[in-house]
Design a protein around this ligand. Structure first.
Ligand code: PMP
Length: 283
């Protein structure tokens, strides 16, 4: 079934939606994006995603063609028009179309595209079974805190994981885990939740912020610091977070079983808390 997508002010059937071949998103990956999950037809943590989007745009000296309130309305309208109950809304803003030049163009109109993706997020077999991950070198650029559309390194990482019969890859830099290819990485040791501290080395996950808040509210101990892959392999539990995976356990790293090799109790509890609390706040 054809979806209705949003391009530069118009709601169109996906077959009719077009963007210029000169778009800087296409030529330079000069664009940013967000993915907001949808549960029961409602947006999860739109405000968090809108705030990060504004920050990403600001860091790249890029303008948004719409206000954040308008953006929320477009999200809701797309969910409505596509009758989306569960899945995600993908949003991308680029610097727009201009003759190819490394220098930023003057006066180019930013391009904005949104589309929905139906996904089964809550009844995920992967969340039930747990993920197998491999470790790979982090070959990305130095501003991972900006959510740009340059996703070739994570794409290569996921392909490498797939070839190894695994679900995903955790990336390593200077001996420490940065994050998963499209998610933040965590371990649990002696009841303490450990995840890398915020810096330019990782994306500041919106799910991460919510999960850490809920964990602290539930009196769980949280340490924001770097950890090595060896520390991860020796942990009691491991898990990831992202907008579309919520909290998903990791049960194997580089072929080595984590804890008992089954989803851990902390990860399972955090997934439940996250789903319950985010549903309450969804709009
Ligand atoms: N790190 C990376 C590299 C990501 O691509 C993502 C997902 N976009 C995340 C972390 C998780 O971020 P969020 O919780 O905001 O989806």
């Amino acid at each position: 079934m054809s979806r209705t997508v949003y391009v530069n002010g118009s709601y169109l059937p996906e077959e009719e939606a077009t963007v210029s071949v000169f778009d800087r998103g296409f030529l330079f990956a000069d664009g940013v994006y967000e993915v907001t999950s949808v549960l029961d037809g409602q947006l999860i943590d739109f405000d968090g995603h809108a705030k990060r989007l504004e920050r990403s745009l600001g860091e790249l000296d890029m303008d948004s063609p719409v206000s954040m309130d308008e953006l929320r309305d477009i999200h809701r309208e797309l969910v409505r028009r596509n009758d989306l109950r569960e899945g995600g809304v993908y949003l991308q803003i680029t610097r727009g179309a201009a003759d190819r030049d490394f220098l930023f163009p003057e006066g180019a109109e930013p391009t904005i595209v949104l589309f929905t993706q139906a996904m089964n997020l809550t009844n995920s077999p992967k969340a039930e079974k747990g993920l197998k991950v491999i470790s790979i070198p982090d070959i990305r650029w130095g501003r991972r805190d900006i959510k740009t559309v340059q996703l070739l390194a994570p794409s290569l990482g996921k392909m490498e994981a797939k070839k190894a019969g695994c679900d995903d890859a955790w990336m390593i830099e200077d001996g420490f885990v940065t994050e998963g290819t499209s998610n933040n990485a965590y371990i649990v040791k002696g009841g303490t939740i450990i995840t890398r501290d915020l810096s330019n080395a990782i994306l500041h996950g919106i799910t991460r912020a919510a999960v850490l808040r809920f964990a602290r509210e539930a009196q769980m101990k949280v340490e924001e610091r770097s950890f090595t892959i060896d520390e991860a392999k020796d942990a009691d539990e491991a898990f990831i977070t992202s907008a579309t995976t919520f909290v998903t356990p990791v049960v194997e790293i580089d072929g080595q079983q984590i804890g008992e090799g089954v989803p851990g109790t902390v990860a399972k509890r955090l997934r439940e808390i996250y789903l319950e609390e985010s549903r309450k706040l969804a709009d």
